[in-house]
Design a protein around this ligand. Structure first.
Ligand code: ADP
Length: 331
């Protein structure tokens, strides 16, 4: 146990009676451990963290999030150039958000028929399936600046500190319109009933978010997107008219989606050779994988091919990548 504690560089044990479920607490802790520093340990999962610190660090999609965090509050239009073409397996969702982008670009066409642009859009689904990617792509496709923050960054110990951070994020977007604000893991500040029982800081942070959302209700040059694992569990105040009125589901990829996502990443490789049989094995054995994990199969396959000095990435490397990803999931 002591050995494990050493692996975590800094621990402050805060006694929290959390009304959020253990799953959300785990996700939050995994986020914090992404920095290699654990600031807050929830008693509910203390033992779990000490037994499996690597699991918490190897948070699904963590590396991508790390990249995003390094670039947070920057204009993605300049840094990543992610477009709808970089997203696979969610064709219907792309269709839906293409209409939003079209509205942004041609507002008159919609307004003359009385349509209203959704101000807030909730992207709902398990982690690693493209919610962040989609938000960036919408910003790029619409030519909007992109500002993002994970809601866990608004969780502060001091009353008013979280609200101040929210104000700063919205100020940045306000000063750089047109802009899209993306709040990842909004559950950290928007879960229903968290303010009950005297958590003043939590209440103030959520209130500030509501004030900011209302402030943009008539402004079509700022759109707010947020990611959640479960929109039903969010405070109903967030879903009132003028706030997050549109919910878009982004589920785990089904069979066709897994094929499309694997193909997207395999076809990006300079030289590869994969038989239909191997492709079928990858698709069948990856049931329940997120898109980020599917990408990881291809990445692990590529690393294996390099390690073996191969001329191209072939079947055996892809199977290796699959097995490596399976191991990581079971860790
Ligand atoms: P989420 O926000 O839902 O947790 P992300 O958008 O951060 O997931 O996804 C993590 C990474 O996984 C992305 O940066 C991308 O590399 C890959 N990825 C996720 N979903 C998709 C998708 N639908 N198509 C292609 N790549 C994806």
């Amino acid at each position: 146990m002591i050995k494990n504690i050493k692996k975590i560089s800094f621990v402050i044990l805060v006694s929290l009676t959390c009304s959020v479920n253990a799953f959300n607490v785990k996700r939050f802790a995994r986020h914090l451990l992404g920095d290699g520093v654990l600031y807050v340990v929830f008693p509910e999962i203390m033992n779990d963290i000490l037994e499996k610190p690597e699991y918490y660090r190897a948070y699904n999609g963590y590396q991508d999030k790390q990249d995003n965090n390094n670039k947070k509050n920057e204009k993605s239009v300049d840094n990543q150039k992610i477009t709808f073409k970089d997203i696979a397996g969610i064709d219907n969702v792309i269709k839906e958000v293409t209409a939003v982008v079209d509205f942004i670009k041609n507002p008159e066409k919609y307004k003359k028929l009385g349509a209203e642009l959704p101000k807030g859009i909730l992207l709902q689904g398990p982690p690693g399936n493209g919610k962040t990617l989609l938000a960036q792509a919408i910003a790029n496709e619409a030519g909007f600046n992109f500002y993002t923050e994970s809601a866990s960054a608004f969780v502060e110990l001091y009353v008013g500190a979280g609200a101040k951070k929210i104000r700063e994020l919205f100020d940045k977007a306000r000063n750089n319109k047109p802009a899209i604000i993306f709040i990842d893991e909004i559950d950290a500040i928007g879960a229903a009933n968290r303010g009950i029982g005297g958590n003043e800081e939590y209440r103030q942070t959520l209130n500030q978010l509501l004030v900011e959302l209302d402030g943009f209700s008539k402004d079509n040059s700022v759109i707010i997107l947020a990611a959640t694992n479960n929109a039903d569990a969010l405070d109903s105040a967030l879903k009132r008219p003028g706030r997050f009125t549109k919910i878009i589901n982004i589920p785990l990829p089904d069979e066709k989606a897994r094929r499309d996502i694997l193909n997207l990443y395999i076809k990006k490789l300079p030289i590869f050779d994969i038989t239909p049989e191997t492709m079928t094995i990858l698709i069948n054995r990856s049931l329940g994988f997120s898109a980020a994990e599917l990408k990881n199969i291809v990445n692990e396959a590529t690393l294996r091919a390099v390690e073996l000095n191969a001329q191209k990435v072939t079947n055996e490397h892809f199977i290796f990548g699959l097995e490596k990803t399976e191991q990581r999931r079971n860790y």
